[in-house]
Design a protein around this ligand. Structure first.
Ligand code: PYC
Length: 334
């Protein structure tokens, strides 16, 4: 009989959960965070399942584990753990993790106010601001983001034929903008969007096999998220979204990697310029401030370096036990 204990700190980023595993994370083998992510998925996925799924987590739970950096110039490396697996990059996860790590003294940045974080998808530079012991905001300069395909077609139950684009912002997103068969996120419930997204994600990856593979890291592939857009509720926002991830989740935050993907899509289509503010509203109305920091290239194709700013609040300390004698040690989903 064995029992594992995980000391966690819980927060939410603009409404979406982030659980940082402060103690109890496994030793991982690899020379990069991308290699360590694959080692974790092969040997330690039980930890993710136990801590993210019910009864210790829920359908929308996500979290992270911190590791020493592989390059001594950087501050730390991060593994994202989510109900969906281990994402190569997670924006709300980064904002929540940095807030927890600074407020709770888990890291001491080499340069106060700036952090160099190694994510499986690549190096992410972060800035943050504090008042006393609290972090006010976190801004991440994300990995190269790009529009991978535009004007693709798929049939959606009830709605009919839909056109969509695919963009990368640390994960691959199918972006469905308002069109004749889809009037925008405000006219749909989360339950409906989840039902459609579950079917569409599978169908998109079947219809377009091997089409979305990161040019520099082939462990990052396929559409993992569906991002539905629509008119913002607040007149000061640029756009509103509902981002589907995992099996049943709609992101409560505006989704950092999704915001990066949409900025890459808009930049490629000429509707967002370098330096222009892109205020992205989540399904519950919380906001991220996005910006294109600069234009770049990825594998010879146009790409951008996006920044995404948001806030997080720490709300609890949680020591979690996973005991072999628990029939739900590995969690479950209904
Ligand atoms: O903020 O990048 C993000 C994210 C991915 C999945 C949920 N949130």
């Amino acid at each position: 009989m064995s029992r594992s204990t995980f000391v966690c700190i819980d927060a939410h980023t603009c409404g979406n959960p982030v659980r940082v595993i402060k103690e109890g994370g496994p030793h991982l083998i690899g020379e990069t965070m991308s290699q360590k992510r694959l080692h974790f998925l092969k040997e330690f996925d039980w930890i993710r399942r136990g801590l993210m799924f019910e009864p210790r987590g829920h359908d929308i739970m996500s979290g992270s584990i911190l590791y020493p950096p592989h390059n001594p110039e950087n501050d730390f490396a991060i593994l994202f753990i989510e109900t969906s697996g281990c994402l190569p990059m997670c924006g709300h996860g980064t904002i929540g993790t940095i807030t927890i790590a600074i407020e709770e003294g888990l890291i001491t940045p080499k340069v106060p106010g700036k952090i160099r974080m190694e994510a499986p998808a690549g190096l992410v530079e972060v800035e943050y601001s504090t008042t006393g012991t609290k972090v006010d905001w976190v801004r991440l300069i994300n990995v190269k983001s790009y529009l991978a395909a535009e004007g693709l077609n798929i049939d959606c139950p009830e709605l009919g034929a839909l056109t969509f684009d695919v963009a990368y912002g640390g994960n691959y997103y199918a972006i469905i903008d308002p069109q004749p068969n889809f009037s925008g996120v405000n006219n749909f419930t989360a339950v409906k969007l989840i039902q459609y997204s579950q079917i569409l994600r599978d169908e998109i990856n079947q219809k377009y096999p091997n089409m979305f593979i990161h040019p520099e890291n082939d462990s990052i592939k396929d559409v993992s998220h569906i991002l539905w857009t629509g008119k913002p509720t607040d007149a000061t926002s640029t756009s509103k979204n509902a981002v589907f991830y995992g099996d049943k989740a709609i992101d409560r935050s505006p989704c950092g990697t999704g915001t990066s993907a949409v900025m890459a899509q808009r930049y490629a289509k000429g509707t967002l310029k370098i330096g222009e503010e892109f205020i992205h509203e989540s399904f519950i109305g919380s906001k991220f401030i996005g910006k294109i920091v600069k234009a770049t290239t990825l594998d010879g194709k146009p790409a951008i370096i996006p920044s995404v700013q948001g806030w997080a609040k720490v709300y609890g300390y949680n020591t979690i036990i996973i005991d072999d004698d628990d029939p739900y040690a590995l969690g479950f989903q209904v």
